[in-house]
Design a binder for this molecule. Structure first.
Ligand SMILES: NC(=O)c1ccc[n+]([C@@H]2O[C@H](COP(=O)([O-])OP(=O)(O)OC[C@H]3O[C@@H](n4cnc5c(N)ncnc54)[C@H](O)[C@@H]3O)[C@@H](O)[C@H]2O)c1
Length: 281
């Protein structure tokens, strides 16, 4: 009997995913590989001075790449710090050198700390670092891929913002400002690029479980910054989400896949929550 199989939703496409060493980036990479994309996986893969918890490592980045290769994807894994214009441009240039085109970008890399201080106690260095990674990092990638995608007259950029891009959180002014900024950048870039065939959308996840399969750490780091007891932090964050569940990294990846694919061909400038109802109140 002939098996009916779903066509690969990203067949023939090349996707850049930032922050791909672990967490949501790894979940996106895995799902995109399953759906036929070739991948450029970008991560700082090393220390980020000023952030009080470890970033993804080179071996985690290599692990993501290996998992995706096993799923049939051709993968280029590259180390780049999104604070560094030249490094971002070099990563985009190597993607073009290897694949000849860039169809999708997932601007996912981000940091949750330094945070945990009221706005008037935030140091200029901490403020700058938060904006440089979480807002300007995404801008640098869009700036670097813009000419490539507009020359192709096609492309889909997915920015991973947060519920912190829609509402405030105490003691997280830098993160909240950067994620609101990312929503604004999404809308402005969508308008600039719409006539040129390139789409730009944002996802706003709620509290994402630190899933073992992707070696997630961010939610427990947010708990630490908020003085929420880390041992049972999941209970605290679940209670805030009306669906009584944390968001899974795969939930965010599934939404990113739809925005990346041609199924959303007429969607641009959108801001979509994946937050179990958190911002519905
Ligand atoms: N975890 C959550 O609860 C949650 C909720 C809402 C939004 N988000 C957002 O989702 C995205 C992914 O979060 P996550 O939970 O997977 O976090 P994570 O810390 O597990 O992964 C982030 C990855 O980004 C990389 N990275 C950080 N700074 C970088 C830089 N300057 N250059 C290159 N790479 C860099 C890290 O090395 C790491 O591998 C982030 O933008 C985050 O703000 C997370």
């Amino acid at each position: 009997m002939t098996q009916l199989s779903q066509p690969s939703r990203l067949a023939g496409k090349t996707a850049i995913i930032t922050g791909a060493a672990r967490g949501v980036g790894r979940a996106c990479a895995r799902l995109f590989a399953e759906q036929g994309a070739d991948l450029v996986l970008v991560d700082i893969a090393g220390d980020l001075p000023g952030v009080p918890y470890p970033m993804g490592t080179a071996s985690q980045l290599e692990h993501t790449a290996d998992v995706c290769r096993e799923l049939g994807s051709t993968v280029l894994a590259t180390k780049a710090d999104l604070r560094d214009d030249a490094a971002v441009r070099a990563a985009v240039d190597s993607a073009i050198g290897r694949f000849g085109r860039i169809d999708v970008v997932v601007n996912n890399a981000g940091i949750a700390a330094p945070s945990g201080q009221p706005v008037h106690r935030t140091s200029p260095e901490d403020w700058q670092l938060m904006l440089d990674v979480n807002l300007s990092g995404a801008w640098r990638v869009i700036n670097a891929v813009g000419d490539v995608m507009t020359a192709q007259r096609s492309g889909s950029i997915v920015n991973i913002s947060s519920t912190a891009g829609l509402v405030g959180y105490r003691h997280f002014a830098g993160y909240v400002a950067a994620k609101h900024g990312l929503v604004g950048l999404t809308k402005a870039a969508a308008l600039d690029l719409a006539p040129l065939g390139v789409r730009v959308n944002a996802l706003c996840p709620g509290s994402i479980r630190d899933a073992e399969s992707v070696e997630g750490v961010m939610l427990s780091q947010i708990a630490r910054a908020l003085d929420v007891p880390v041992a049972d932090h999941e209970t605290t964050f679940v209670a805030a989400q009306p669906m009584n569940a944390l968001v899974e990294p795969e939930d965010v990846a599934a939404a990113a896949l739809w925005l990346a694919s041609d199924e959303s061909v007429r969607v641009t400038g959108s801001v979509t929550t994946v937050d179990g109802g958190f911002t519905a109140r």
